[in-house]
Design a protein around this ligand. Sequence first.
Ligand code: DGJ
Length: 721
Amino acid sequence: MIKKTLSFLHFFILSLCLSAQTISITTDHTQLVLKVSSQKRLYQAYLGQRLTDRTDLSLLSMPQAGMGSSMARGLETYPVMGTEDYYEPAFEIRHADGNPTSFLKYQQHSTDGDLTSIRLHDEVYPVEVTLYYKVYPREDIIQQWAEIRHDEKGKVWIGRYASSMLYFEAPDYYLTEFGSEWAKEMQMQTEQLRFGKKVVDSRLGTRANMMAQPFFEVGLGSPAREDEGTVLMGTLGWTGNFRFTFEVDHQNILRVVSGINPDASIYQLERGETFRTADFYFTLSADGTGEGSRRFQRWMLNHQLRRGDDARLTLLNNWENTYFSFDEEKLVALFGEAKDLGVDLFLLDDGWFGNKYPRRNDQAGLGDWEVTHEKLPRGIPYLVSEAEKQGVGFGIWIEPEMVNPKSELAEKHPDWILRLPSRDTYYFRHQLVLDLCNPKVQDYVFGVVDNLMQENPSIRFMKWDCNSPITNIYSPYLKDRQGNLYVDYVRGLYSVLERVREKYPDLYLMMCSGGGGRSDVRGLNYFTEFWCSDNTDPVERLFIQWGYSQFLPAKAMCAHVTDWNRSSSIKFRVDVAFQGKLGFDIGLKGLSDDDRAYCRQAIKEYKRLENVVWAPNLYRLVSPYESQHCVVQRVTDDKAHSLLFAYDIHPRYGERLMNTRLRGLDPDALYRVREVCLMPGRQSRLACHDKSYTGDYLMKVGLKVLSSGQLVSHIIELEKV
Ligand code: DGJ
């Protein structure tokens, strides 16, 4: 009898599973399976390596409310606050009548090519949430977002609106986060996640990533490792406040909730308006973070980064060389230096604008984007033409979202500034943030770019800076909808950037934010590159670049040679910057003849090798976090060309130096190995220089590229013969 009942139960459960609506979202290597329960709730049934046999999908069980738990709950795809799930929800709503719950039931779904959408709705209230999943099969990236709308008569507020909720079941979980501060961006830190919550977020509004960057890695079963183990790597495409919540529940299930940070952002949603969340992107690698990084870099280049398939411009910047103190004569002389160096472009930094309140320092002038006549009497057109006469392109710095109280703009339009009524104003770098929620302000900000381009159509490059977080959270424009501020600000910014991208498709744009305060992948859909950090000390940069390289491609990472850490040789500084998008911000006159000659040669070599430097196939071979060395390798897609960057930082006395085993090569091919970028008159001391090896040997035995010297670097080229 018992046997009979059990087999009936088994049959019943199996047929329930089979009859359930199953939605499968797949890339080449990853699969996410969702199932609809008999109560029309949507659950995650599987997230892992792609299953080879489609019929296996019917075997996946569907955890659902009331089953196998002392608490009625399941792994619901978009759980709502106020329902039977007591852990971190994805969604929270207050209906017009004050009811704070919603039960989202499956209504329909469709798949169109790479995009799957699933419509959920509340059967009692006219509220609809559509979940979107876009797959990039070859790059193994999944993009997720949600759209929320309602048709209620009164006011509706949404208090949480995640882009994604994912569940994992592993013995343990290890989070790697990327903490930041000015001059110390992308510092990697790993900890075990235990019962309860860990939140990584930003509340800065603008310059949003100054203290935490919107990237994470979760090692499932072991800390994330470079070449082995299963790791989830995720990032949010949002140039504003973000929040990742990692919560381990009483059954040791991990939920990862990603989205815009809803703190101080209870959004008032109008009837018929669609609220689109930010985009969350993730990859699930079974071969460690190295594989995940290659996927993300390839995806960025193929799909996300503005002008991802294009070349970049090398440049000479004047910021650290002159700061605010320059005039026409000085600048024209610098154009000559740029020409002599062989870079494509001269970039004029902060300090060129303002007349009533000239920008002599960072205390005045922001907002008045008119050239300072006293300093630059012949204006920007003269500078552009002088640079071009010398065969150098011209680029210019702007910070259009900001205003100094000492400016004509602040005097004329006090209502365009984010500022709290009846409170003392708080300043960050003596400046305030403009109210980009206001369409008039959006027009003005667009005008900053547009006016410069109208006057100087041949400007090739702009550095768009953003040196302050949002300080006084009140928008005069939004009036009684202040909860919308942080979100609408970013949307206002995007609407400006879209206009810029459309009108000036050839303009290269650097996203800068007081160093690396902006680095998100949505921003990089409008910008061709970003400024990683004001810290250009090459030792620190090895760590900073190691961090960004987890997700972002080399051609997007601006790396300038400067005077930071003058105890390191110019070669070491250049060789570190060579790994990113190379530029200079240094007084070349102060360099020795040999150093200048080295820089010139490095620029030439960089241009010759840029396609290898920028290839998404990155192998991080020796970590500066684990040793006093750093070695990284790039390989072209056809495996014909590779570069090895080797750095000795501060090796210990008597350290045993190991061979470095290369990766990603063709084992059967023969490669000629040559050290390039040598100081004038120097010969390579590497034993492997000018020799040939099989890919097999290079990957199994490796090369001696490390030394016990301090701050020593080598750039080694490998070419298939
Ligand atoms: C901060 C940036 O990070 C610097 O490179 C420089 O452009 C300054 N702002 C100018 O004020």
